[in-house]
Design a protein. Structure first.
Length: 193
């Protein structure tokens, strides 16, 4: 889930930028340091949106920079186990699909797609359910549940997020529309008898 958060930090303004607009410099420094990074307590930083307050500057002997206590606003993505998320399939392989959640990708293993056996159509880059012929392809929106979550603060690219679609209400947008149409048909049949 995405959150807008008010946070506080100490920001180092380098000496070569001291003559510039202080708020702009601090915003640049925060964006450079935080965007794309992970903090296990806060989440994945998507964007630093604005500086709210700048405190008095402090000078540290031996460093030509000035350090400011800053309150700022940021957009973060906080993921949690069992959370239902929506994402976009960015790659399919013989062992599953990689799903973009925005700033980070998750893995949907073939064993977590369906109860059916899954075939990989390498030519068309699709994962196909053997009996129902439902498939997953690149650029499809999916709804899935997070079943494994291991975020790496030092190397965000090494984070591991595992997904499942093996439960009711989960799947590609197309699958969900088909399921809703079937439910409406069943409801109409019961009501007409």
């Amino acid at each position: 889930m995405y959150y807008r958060m008010k946070l506080a930090d100490k920001v180092r303004v380098p000496p070569h930028r001291l003559g510039e607009d202080l708020e702009k410099v601090i915003l640049d420094v925060l964006r450079e340091q935080l965007e794309g990074s992970i903090d296990k307590e806060i989440g994945i930083f998507i964007a630093v949106t604005r500086v709210l307050d700048i405190g008095e500057g402090e000078i540290v002997p031996g460093d030509g920079a000035v350090y400011y206590d800053v309150d700022f606003e940021s957009v973060v993505l906080r993921l949690s186990l069992q959370e239902v998320i929506e994402g976009l399939v960015v790659e399919t392989t013989s062992f599953g699909a990689f799903v973009s959640l925005g700033p980070i990708d998750a893995m949907l293993h073939v064993s977590q797609i369906s109860d059916e056996y899954i075939n990989y159509d390498e030519k068309n880059s699709r994962l196909i359910c053997q009996e129902s012929k439902r498939f997953i392809a690149v650029d499809e929106k999916i709804r899935a549940r997070i079943v494994t979550l291991s975020l790496n603060e030092r190397e965000p690219r090494d984070s591991k997020i595992g997904l499942t679609m093996r439960q009711s209400g989960l799947g590609t947008s197309r699958w969900l529309e088909e399921d809703m149409a079937k439910e409406k048909e069943k409801g109409g049949e019961r009501g007409g008898r």
